[in-house]
Ligand binder design. Sequence first.
Ligand code: ZN
Length: 405
Amino acid sequence: MSVNLKWMPEIDRGQVDQVLAHIKEDEVIGLLSDLIRLQSINPPGDVSGGAQLCRALLDDVGFDTQIVGPSNEQCSLIAKLPGHSGGPRLLLNAHLDVVPIGEHSSWRYPPFGAQRRDGRIYGRGAADDKASVAAQVMAGVALARSGVPLTGTLIITEVADEETGGDLGSGFLVDNELVQAEHVIVGEPTNGVLCIGERGRVVVELTVIGSTGHSAAPLTGVNAIEIMGKVINTLSMELWPQITNRDHPILSPSTATISFVTGGIKSNVIPDRCTIQIDRRIVELESVDATVAEIRETAERAVKGIRGVAIEAKKLIGRSARIINAESPVVQAAQLASRWLGHEPSLGGFFAGSDAKHFARQNCSTLIVGPGDPDTAHTPDEWVGVEDVLNATRLYALTALRLVT
Ligand SMILES: [Zn+2]
């Protein structure tokens, strides 16, 4: 899907060249490689090394920088390059933490080696999300070095904790009003697609409550685990097929995953409780409350007629889908920048959650775009293409050039 650039004037060609001349492959890929080697696995999520590294580079070219956060380890960098006339603010954001590597033997390349091969950099965080971090920091460096005067303010935040929800990273910055901007770009692996929305997320904890008894006499109790089997079967056969039909022109279709199960007391006791957690990703027309209600109703239907059983459905997370206006200035500016770089921009929705949810609370327009294939995120041999990281650096720099100069 593309949107006409109705009103946007062209960017000054001389300024574009001035900025692009300051984006150097060895610096961008050097920073990305150093960040990968820093191993900021979450948990525990110590990102202090990466925050310091990015701070030094931005300090050097004149940004005002500070490192903030609830602890020395779970910390975030805020770097600001203020303009001279109080114009609009553009905030670039990406996360420094990474998920664990999983089974080491599944990796062909060292997970923290930042090995370069056939135009790719391999390592945990290569795509998610250190490529975006490196591209944003070096875009800021290029803009500052170019000497193009800013009217607005460029703010760069490289944060902790995104992989566990972001409350201690971007959430901390928003809660404490440490940053505020009219335009926000969250860097995540989108393969360069301009993502103007993301699905909502509802996590439901569903419990079957039965009663205990001696396992040598199964009829003396109500076996919650066996009844949960019926519930799961009914969810899979009846509700999930309906959910996958709920699609959207921008967002991925609605999905459901049963991601957690607990139950049982002891091998010779009939279990009186069994609990599952269901991770639902919802599209724009689905409400959080209706999502919880249809899971509860389906489970109740599955156990109808079974005596002595109760169902509990509890909402653990409830967040609606979010879509911004494709005509908003940040989207238009990024489209213009893409075209300057010779790519026809495509609009889409981000497949997972991101820190955009925190900035959305500030009533700004938040675009999600960054280098790297989303399918490689969280997998063994995660990688990002060198050329993709450089293109993202140029895209961030030229979008900033359009919005804050
Ligand atoms: Zn990410």
